[in-house]
Ligand binder design. Structure first.
Ligand SMILES: NC(=O)C1=CN([C@@H]2O[C@H](COP(=O)(O)OP(=O)(O)OC[C@H]3O[C@@H](n4cnc5c(N)ncnc54)[C@H](OP(=O)(O)O)[C@@H]3O)[C@@H](O)[C@H]2O)C=CC1
Ligand SMILES: O=C(O)C(=O)[C@@H](O)[C@H](O)C(=O)CO
Length: 280
């Protein structure tokens, strides 16, 4: 394990995704290019953005200015909540591709199911067309619960490549992760360190002391060993490097179980069954 390379996971359409990426939620557009360039310099090759974040343009600028081949970097974006209607989805997708300015996306997600707003199966059929048209190399969903996935699988054609959901030690999502896996859907874990909420946890601090790592590294390593795809956010260069540096140590089964036992089914973000927020 001395190499410290970032492993890749093969999605259900054979596209490969780096298991560790860099998230850019809450990074101001003015700071995004520099943060992404710092991440790419540190060895990240996977960026997670969204139309909702307002920084796709700056993500694309960083990719273009990085000096790396476009094919070396995996870029995910997400269809905004105000674009579920299939026609609106077509326009929003064109805007995302234009803003990124790097050709087709690697992965494109329905950001939220928005169960009270429209019919997400219609939205998904529009996503299937974007995939067939080559606007993205893979499509997936975010914040879908088992009931939402059951409908998609029963009523539409393409099985989502990923389901991006909130996961961290206080919300381990075992049932939903197992359901995803049973359908060939990879789990992506958002807010993997609960936006910092887990960092003072005494049990995690004890495991960090045992391993000689930071709490953030221990928690990110726990995700990796569970099989989750993760993309921690940071605008602090030393933390960007720290969070990437998790592939040269391993947690024991006992340490993994101790982290599993911290689950409290406690969300940091919105509940997908109730979240129907539409941006202006
Ligand atoms: N699909 C969805 O609905 C959602 C998707 N996401 C995605 O997941 C990504 C990550 O989630 P996010 O909500 O940003 O939260 P994270 O769990 O990644 O936490 C980010 C916070 O933790 C701090 N932090 C990062 N690394 C460290 C460290 N090593 N030590 C101490 N503090 C640290 C950051 O501070 P600082 O920047 O100051 O260093 C920031 O305040 C997002 O950027 C986005 O791409 C997130 C939410 C919802
Ligand atoms: O970060 C995301 O991807 C989100 O969807 C969040 O911004 C989410 O909409 C939220 O936190 C709302 O308070």
């Amino acid at each position: 394990m001395a190499e410290n390379t970032i492993p890749e996971i093969t999605l259900n359409n054979d596209v490969r995704i780096p298991q560790l990426g860099f998230g850019v939620f809450q990074i101001a557009p003015a700071d995004t290019k520099e943060a992404v360039l710092t991440a790419l310099e540190a060895g990240y090759r996977h960026i997670d953005t969204a139309q909702m974040y307002g920084n796709e343009r700056e993500v694309g600028e960083a990719v273009r200015e990085s000096g790396l081949d476009r094919a070396e970097i995996f870029v995910t974006s997400k269809l905004n909540n105000n674009a579920h209607d299939p026609e609106a989805a077509r326009d929003a997708t064109a805007r995302s591709i234009d803003a990124l300015g790097i050709g087709p996306m690697d992965l494109y997600l329905v950001h939220w199911p928005m169960p009270a707003v429209g019919d997400f199966t219609d939205t998904w059929r529009a996503m299937e067309r974007f995939y067939e048209d080559g606007q993205t190399r893979a499509i997936g969903v975010s914040n879908f619960q088992i009931g939402h996935l059951e409908r998609l699988l029963a009523e539409t054609e393409v099985v989502p490549a990923v389901n991006q959901i909130e996961v961290h030690p206080y919300l381990s999502q075992t049932e939903l992760r197992e359901y995803n896996a049973s359908k060939g859907i990879e789990t992506e874990a958002w807010s993997p360190i609960a936006q910092g909420d887990v960092l003072d946890d005494p049990e995690l601090k004890a495991i960090a002391a045992q391993t000689g790592r930071t709490v953030a590294q221990v928690v990110l390593r726990w995700h990796v060993q569970l099989g989750n795809i993760v993309f921690p956010k940071s605008t602090t260069p030393s933390r960007i490097v720290e969070n990437r540096d998790i592939f040269d140590f391993e947690l024991t089964d006992e340490q993994m179980s101790r982290i599993d036992s911290l689950n409290a089914d406690r969300r940091r973000g919105p509940n997908p069954d109730e979240f129907n927020w539409i941006p202006e």
